[in-house]
Write a protein that binds this ligand. Structure first.
Ligand SMILES: Cc1cc2nc3c(=O)[nH]c(=O)nc-3n(C[C@H](O)[C@H](O)[C@H](O)COP(=O)(O)OP(=O)(O)OC[C@H]3O[C@@H](n4cnc5c(N)ncnc54)[C@H](O)[C@@H]3O)c2cc1C
Ligand SMILES: NC(=O)c1ccc[n+]([C@@H]2O[C@H](COP(=O)([O-])OP(=O)(O)OC[C@H]3O[C@@H](n4cnc5c(N)ncnc54)[C@H](OP(=O)(O)O)[C@@H]3O)[C@@H](O)[C@H]2O)c1
Length: 442
C-alpha cells in the first residue's frame, strides 16, 4: 500500500462488517462504516435470543472497542439501497477506494404457498427482530395463536420455539421438518432450552413412523433419537405446559384459512428420502397429504439477501465472481455483474451478504476478516484516491437527517444502562427510533 491512506466504505455493522472494519483500520486504511440500524451489532444485537444477556453484553463490549478506533467513522441510521438514503451507485461515486458490503441477509424467503397471506403466517426473522426490539418490527403486532407450526429444524426454529414455549406459553409447538430425524440442524445446547417440553412419546412414534425410510437411505433412527434426547443432561427448568413435538418427512403445501382470514391449519405432503451425491438426502413428495391442526405458521427456513440493495442477486445471495482475482481460502469475495460478465470494480461482499444464513457470529467474523483481506489485496494494486473521511461525513450529514455517530451511540448506551440499573433489569432497550433519537438529542 502507498503512503497515503486508502478510504474504504464498509456497509453494514453486524459482526462481519465490524470485524472487517477493525482489520482494515489496523492495516492502515480509513474506514467509513454505514449501518441501517441506529445501533451496531446486526443479528448479534437483534438476532441472538434476548435472554442470552451475558453473550450479548460480551459482544457489545467487543463492538464498542472496535468502534473506539479513530480510524473508523460510524454512520448509523443510514440505509444504502434503492429508495433508501443513498443508492450503492451514489456511495461508489463518493470516491471510496473500495467498498465492502456486509449487509447480511435481509430478504425474506417464502415457499410461495397458497395461504401465506393469512393472518398468523410469519417469517422467523421478523419475529426475532420483534422480540429483540428492532424498529420497525418492534412496533408491529404479530398474532401468535395457541398452536404454532414452525417450518424447519435449525437453531432459528428453536429460538422461535423457546419464545413460544417459555415466554408466550402457547399450548403446542410443532416443528415441521421436510426430511427425517437425522437431518435436524439444531445443536444439543439449543435443544436443552426447550427439552423439558418435548413430548418424548410423540418423538418415539415419529422415529418408528420414519424408520423404514431412514433405514432405506442408511440413516440410523437410534442415533438420531439419541442426539435429540442428549439435550436432557443440561435441560433448562420447565416454565410452561406447552407441548413440543416434531412432524418429520412433512413438506408444507398449503395454509388453510378459517374464513375470517386467520390460519386454521397447515396442509403438508408426506415425503420420502432419496440419496443424492455425497450421501446427502433430499425430500421428495409422495402425493399423500394431511392437515396439521395449528392456528399459526412460522417459516424458519433461512433468509435471503435484499433484492433492493443494488447488487445482482442469484439464488439467495449476491453474485460473486467465479474467477476471483483476490481469493481468500479459495473463496470469492468479489461482487460480479452477470449482465456485463465483469466484476464490479472495487466492490466486495462478506458475511451473510456473501453466504446467507451461514453460521454463527464466529463464522461471520472470519468471513468479514477474509473479505477485508481480499479488499486489502485489491488496494495493493491501487493508489489512494485522496478523498477524506471528513468530507464524506459532511456529505452524509448534508443528505441524511438523524445520522447517529459514535458520540450519540455512547449517550444512548449510557441512558439505557442507567434505565436498566434504576429498574433492576438485566438490560433496557428503547424499541423505537424516535425514542432512541430523542435520548440522543438530549
Ligand atoms: C435468530 C438468530 C439467532 C442467532 N443466534 C446466534 C447465537 O446465539 N450465537 C451465534 O454465535 N450466532 C447466532 N446467530 C448467527 C449470527 O447472528 C450471524 O452469524 C451474524 O450476525 C451474521 O453477521 P453479518 O454481519 O454477516 O450480518 P448481520 O448480523 O445481519 O448484520 C448486517 C448489518 O447490516 C446492516 N444493514 C442491512 N441492510 C443495510 C443497508 N441496506 N444499508 C446499510 N446497512 C444495512 C444491518 O443494520 C446490520 O447491522 C443467530 C442468527 C439468527 C438469525
Ligand atoms: N443459538 C444459536 O447458536 C443460533 C441461533 C439461531 C441461528 N443460528 C445460526 O444461524 C444460521 C441460520 O439458522 P437457520 O435455522 O435459519 O438455518 P438452518 O440451520 O439452515 O435451518 C433451516 C431449516 O429450514 C429447512 N428448510 C430450508 N428450506 C426449506 C424448504 N424450502 N422447505 C422446508 N424446509 C426448508 C432446512 O431443511 P433442510 O435441512 O432439509 O434444508 C432446515 O431444517 C445457522 O448457522 C444457525 O446455526 C445459531
Amino acid at each position: 500500500m502507498s503512503e497515503a491512506k486508502h478510504l474504504v466504505a464498509v456497509i453494514g455493522a453486524g459482526p462481519a462488517g465490524l470485524y472487517a472494519a477493525r482489520l482494515l483500520a489496523s492495516s492502515g486504511a480509513h474506514v467509513v462504516l454505514f449501518n441501517r440500524d441506529i445501533k451496531p451489532g446486526g443479528l448479534a444485537e437483534y438476532g441472538i435470543f434476548f435472554d442470552k444477556y451475558k453473550m450479548k453484553s460480551g459482544l457489545r463490549k467487543q463492538f464498542k472497542k472496535i468502534l473506539d478506533d479513530d480510524h473508523i467513522a460510524y454512520f448509523g441510521n443510514v440505509t444504502i439501497g434503492r429508495n433508501a438514503d443513498f443508492t450503492l451507485d451514489q456511495i461508489r461515486a463518493m470516491g471510496f477506494d473500495a467498498i465492502l458490503v456486509t449487509v447480511g441477509a435481509q430478504g425474506t424467503k417464502w415457499l410461495g404457498l397458497p395461504g401465506e397471506e393469512l393472518t398468523g403466517v410469519y417469517h422467523a426473522k421478523d419475529l426475532v427482530y420483534h422480540y429483540n426490539k428492532l424498529p420497525p418490527f418492534s412496533e408491529e403486532q404479530y398474532a401468535i395463536g395457541r398452536r404454532v407450526a414452525i417450518i424447519g429444524a435449525g437453531n432459528v426454529m428453536l429460538d422461535i420455539a423457546s419464545w413460544c414455549i417459555r415466554y408466550l406459553k402457547v399450548d403446542e409447538v410443532v416443528s415441521v421438518v421436510r426430511r427425517d430425524p437425522a437431518a435436524v440442524k439444531f445443536t444439543k445446547k439449543e435443544m436443552s432450552i426447550v427439552f423439558e417440553n418435548l413430548d418424548i412419546a410423540a418423538l418415539d412414534a415419529e422415529i418408528e413412523r420414519t424408520r423404514p425410510i431412514m433405514e432405506a437411505v442408511g440413516n440410523d433412527p437410534e442415533a438420531a433419537r439419541d442426539f435429540i434426547l442428549s439435550a436432557e443432561a443440561r435441560a433448562y427448568p420447565k416454565l410452561s405446559d406447552t407441548r413440543f413435538r416434531f412432524e418429520f418427512l412433512s413438506q408444507p403445501q398449503r395454509i388453510i384459512g378459517d374464513g375470517n382470514g386467520r390460519v386454521s391449519g397447515l396442509e403438508v405432503e408426506d415425503t420420502t428420502l432419496v440419496l443424492r451425491s455425497g450421501g446427502r438426502t433430499s425430500a421428495v413428495g409422495t402425493g399423500h397429504t394431511r392437515v396439521i391442526d395449528v392456528d399459526t405458521v412460522v417459516f424458519a427456513i433461512g433468509d435471503k439477501v435484499d433484492n433492493d440493495f443494488g447488487l445482482p442477486v442469484e439464488w439467495n445471495e449476491y453474485v460473486k465472481s467465479k474467477a476471483p482475482q483476490f481469493p481468500i481460502d479459495d473463496m470469492s469475495y468479489e461482487a460480479f455483474d452477470p449482465v456485463t460478465g465483469q466484476t464490479i470494480d472495487g466492490v466486495f461482499v462478506a458475511g451473510w451478504a456473501r453466504s446467507a444464513s451461514d453460521g454463527l457470529v464466529g463464522a461471520a467474523r472470519k468471513d468479514g476478516e477474509n473479505g477485508a483481506k481480499a479488499l486489502l489485496a485489491y488496494l495493493e494494486t491501487k493508489e489512494a484516491g485522496g478523498v477524506s473521511a471528513e468530507s464524506i461525513g459532511e456529505t452524509i450529514r448534508a443528505n441524511v437527517a438523524s445520522v447517529v455517530d459514535k458520540v450519540a451511540l455512547d449517550r444512548l448506551e449510557a441512558v439505557e444502562e442507567a434505565h436498566a440499573l434504576a429498574d433492576g433489569l438485566e438490560e433496557f432497550k428503547y424499541s423505537t427510533n424516535e425514542d432512541m433519537l430523542a435520548v440522543i438529542a438530549g
